[in-house]
Design a protein around this ligand. Sequence first.
Ligand code: AVI
Length: 312
Amino acid sequence: MLATSSSVDPQFREDVLRGLSSLPRAIPARWLYDSRGSELFDDITRLASYYPTATETRLLERIMPEVAKAVGAGRTVVEFGAGSLTKTPILLRAVDALRYVPVDISGDYLREAAEGLAGEFPDLDIHPVEANFGEAMDLPDSAHGEKVLGFFPGSTIGNFVPWSATNLLRHFRTTLGTGALLLIGMDRVKPVERLVAAYDEPEGVTAAFNLNLLDRINRELDGTIPVGSFVHEARWNDIMSRIEMHLVATADVTFEVAGRSFAMAAGESIHSENSHKYGPRGGRLLLLAGGWTPIREWTDAAGDFSLILAEA
Ligand code: AVI
């Protein structure tokens, strides 16, 4: 069924039309996450080849006594992009959080996260905030200042190009206030074969996640993109230190989106996501550039993933 024009996010329409008209063609990664995309991303996190989720969860479990010591008890935990129901409880329990403020653009997702945690933490004051965490925002008073711990796991920072990643970190700083702490997950640079295998696995879930963007465009923007004439590709861009996801046309194609016509030649692609990978010093420098002073960094034994604690 076609979405009515009133139910389509005008920003989606604008980003897609601009992205398909520019060269190289690129659409911001946030549009990968409609409800189907979010389900597929959940499936990705359970794939054996997608190491970040399991590695970060194990690392969090291991370092929690040290984090708790560094952070102290009774904090308000503010999670940007709520909420990983596997990772969040580990942190809340270890730091004996008083208050939990999940921030997400999706109200449905927030309600689910809040309900999921309420049973497990009956004494925790849960205060969801429906907002775009990409912008500075007003949070409840308890979520500002020295007793606050921001949490940004999952290497989501990697999906932002460095100039926008530093802007994001500055917004976190403004939102959380001087003296706040931030615990942030960053995926590390590693051999290309492992990186590519994590983003293009034999099960084809990441391919489905990427191709779903074209289905979404067809559904919501009255598109006629021949989805069967596109394939998913994960490319390592060494100079930019990032995995890129592309949707590559396998034949010359023409199609319409929102009443506009487009043509792509075989081999041309639509760039749909960046996932930056950081070395130890690069990750800490990014934090410094965003106004945060790194205090500690922990990595798993293989050096695949790191969690950094920083102070505003
Ligand atoms: C959400 N984000 C951190 C994931 C990543 O690894 O960049 C998104 C993803 N894209 C493909 N697989 C996972």
